[in-house]
Design a protein around this ligand. Structure first.
Ligand SMILES: NC(=O)C1=CN([C@@H]2O[C@H](COP(=O)(O)OP(=O)(O)OC[C@H]3O[C@@H](n4cnc5c(N)ncnc54)[C@H](OP(=O)(O)O)[C@@H]3O)[C@@H](O)[C@H]2O)C=CC1
Ligand SMILES: O=CCCC(=O)O
Length: 306
């Protein structure tokens, strides 16, 4: 009973949401649909409209959102935008004060997260990094996995909201550990997708049906929801965007930096990163990250001509 009372109390807090892209929009929607009092801001203002029609409030800057809310969540593209929205002119830090909290869900590197944390905490507010595993559909379904680190009291205060947006949450201690966990997960994912692409193209080149390969994989030890979900469209060279390729390449780049910081060799991730860079240079950055297959296709065709 006490626990339920605490949750009800925390759900009555004013919540801010900064960044309404592929992930932020459905996450904020789930908070609104659960009855939370949500104030939104997005650089491109028109992306706020669907949220406003569901009952969200709007403020014209991250600073104004933070100053009118108890907890502010941020879901930005990359380290640069995460820093800018938190610490820049009219950034959220300018609206923070003791008793408030800032939860950064963006996928960034540890040093970036630590620098945002320092700026937020200098105001007396609390900071939590909380990147997520899970993509567009889990965001819509409230099935994300939160990888958090930072101020434990904010973790506990934010927990009822994380539980609306996600199916599980991990607390990893000091700021930087959540970011590191997220980068390791996405490093593995990026390499898996590059390897899967090679397999699909190889199967086709030797006269096999790549759709059958997808089915064979789904029944064996290397089955993965990602292969089963994305395989059928990849076979048709279709890449409907759930996780933009440019973000996967950013995560590989940041993961390679993390590995370098501890002298850990990561040759497979480094090779995968090159493929995502090629795909990006071919204008595929806004396609789903499974479009890395096009870089593999190009490379294979190039190789066969040599
Ligand atoms: N998509 C996915 O499957 C997942 C993504 N992530 C991570 O979550 C984060 C968001 O991803 P996603 O929603 O897919 O990305 P999107 O590209 O769809 O959205 C990015 C958001 O960042 C904002 N933004 C970008 N640059 C700036 C800037 N300079 N100043 C202010 N705002 C800016 C965009 O605003 P605007 O609308 O104006 O462009 C938009 O709100 C990324 O860090 C990504 O790596 C994590 C898990 C899964
Ligand atoms: O960062 C993106 C993660 C996508 C996923 O976990 O499916």
């Amino acid at each position: 009973m006490l626990e339920l009372g605490k949750v009800a109390n925390e759900l009555s807090l004013h919540v801010g949401f900064l960044g309404l892209g592929i992930m932020g929009s459905p996450m904020a929607q789930n908070l609104i649909k659960a009855g939370c009092d949500v104030t939104v801001w997005n650089r491109t203002k028109s992306k706020c409209d669907p949220l406003l029609s569901l009952g969200a409030k709007y403020k014209a800057s991250p600073e104004e959102v933070a100053s009118s809310c108890d907890i502010t969540f941020a879901m930005l593209a990359d380290p640069e935008s995460a820093v800018d929205v938190a610490c820049g002119k009219h950034g959220a830090a300018n609206g923070m004060s003791p008793e408030k909290g800032y939860v950064d869900i963006s996928t960034v590197d540890g040093p970036t997260s630590k620098s945002i944390s320092r700026r937020i905490k200098a105001t007396g507010a609390l900071f939590l990094e909380a990147p997520v595993s899970g993509s567009k559909k889990p965001a819509e379904d409230g099935q994300l996995i939160f990888l958090t680190a930072g101020d434990r009291p904010l973790y506990e205060k934010a927990a009822p909201f994380l539980d609306i947006m996600g199916k599980s949450r991990f607390y990893h201690g000091e700021v930087g550990n959540g970011a590191a966990m997220k980068l390791v997960v996405n490093m593995i994912m990026g390499s898996m997708m590059a390897s899967f692409s090679e397999g699909l193209l190889l199967s086709e080149k030797v006269g096999l049906d790549p759709s059958v390969l997808v089915e064979v994989i789904s029944q064996g030890a290397i089955s993965a929801p990602m292969f089963s979900m994305k395989g059928p469209s990849m076979v048709q060279a279709l890449y409907p965007t759930a996780f933009p390729l440019k973000h996967q390449q950013k995560d590989l780049r940041l993961a390679l930096g993390l590995a370098e910081s501890v002298s850990q060799p990561t040759p497979i991730a480094a090779a995968a990163n090159e493929l995502y860079k090629v795909a990006k240079s071919h204008g595929l950055g806004d396609e789903d990250f499974s479009a890395v297959m096009e870089a593999v296709r190009t490379k294979m065709e190039g190789t066969s001509e040599d």
